[in-house]
Design a protein around this ligand. Structure first.
Ligand code: HPA
Length: 278
């Protein structure tokens, strides 16, 4: 990281403190087409990214660009409605700035969602996949450069990047709600182009079950910052790269994200109500 990152983080935190002294339990980030997940939050405060010193601004479709502070029952949630992607031209540091903001505000759990294509041939559009682990094919590493020990260790452990206890609880809650949930590996690529069929076959043979253009920088940073991560992918399109590969469109992604979002929302809500996600 650049030596100026700590200063940038301080400025962002000071901007937020002008509006609220909110201390979240959970940080939530909504992926493409998944803003519906925010509907359960009783909002106390909303801050546009543009009003936060040093924050990037959202340019991706369906990513609104605001921080939402509120609660579900007794659980306090700070949500990033709109994420930043490498394909928009943002750097790794831009993308992870909000993650460190959340950690410094007090969040201990980091809940991430995204839209993803299915590399796994057994997955169906509309499925949800709990992220078991990830593959970083982004070509960048958000912690490269100088390490700031106040943010986290130089060589953070990633052997449990997605918290095993939270994953178990999510599966249990999904069963209780009779929601079928896949459990798989998320492969992150740079974008903005959808992958070629050859790339998709390569990603699948490398162990990927779903492919997307986000999430991994934030999850690396969340682990660096000591937060526990839980992640879900909404399977929005088939991405197996086989003979029957359909052309990909944003419209398809947005439409199908909506279907899967409903199930992700129910699982998250139930976990919070149960008190097992806090
Ligand atoms: N590839 C990359 N990102 C995506 C996809 C995909 O097939 N679907 C949704 N986001």
């Amino acid at each position: 990281m650049q030596p100026q990152f700590a200063n940038r983080l301080d400025k962002a935190l000071s901007s937020i403190r002008k509006y609220t002294d909110f201390a979240p339990n959970i940080a939530l980030i909504t992926g493409t087409g998944l803003a519906g997940l925010l509907r359960d939050i009783e909002v106390e405060n909303t801050i546009a990214y543009g009003d936060i010193d040093g924050f990037p601004v959202s340019t991706a479709p369906s990513h609104k660009g605001e921080l939402i502070f509120g609660h579900i029952g007794d659980t306090k949630i700070a949500a990033q409605n709109g994420r930043f992607h490498l394909y928009e031209g943002w750097s790794g540091e831009d993308i992870v700035l909000p993650v460190y903001v959340m950690a410094k505000l007090g969040a201990v759990s980091y809940l991430t969602t995204n839209a993803a294509g299915a590399l796994n041939e057994t997955y169906r559009v509309g499925d949800i996949m709990m992220i078991e682990d990830h593959l970083n094919f982004l070509g960048i590493h958000p912690l490269a450069g100088q390490n700031d020990e106040n943010l986290g260790p130089r060589f953070p452990d990633m052997s449990r990047a997605y918290d095993p206890d939270l994953r178990k609880l999510a599966i249990k809650v999904a069963k209780k709600l009779q929601i079928e949930v896949q459990s798989g590996i998320y492969a992150a690529v740079h974008g903005p182009e959808f992958e070629t069929s050859a790339e998709r076959r390569f990603l699948r043979s490398s162990g990927g079950d779903a492919v997307g253009m986000s999430t991994v920088p934030e999850v690396i940073a969340a682990n660096h910052a000591g937060m526990k991560v839980l992640g879900f992918s909404a399977i929005t399109n088939q991405a197996t790269g086989g003979e029957d590969q359909q052309p990909d469109t944003l419209e398809e992604v947005l439409q199908n994200a909506d279907v899967a979002a409903a199930d992700i929302r129910r699982i998250i809500l139930e976990m919070i109500k149960d008190g097992c996600l806090k």
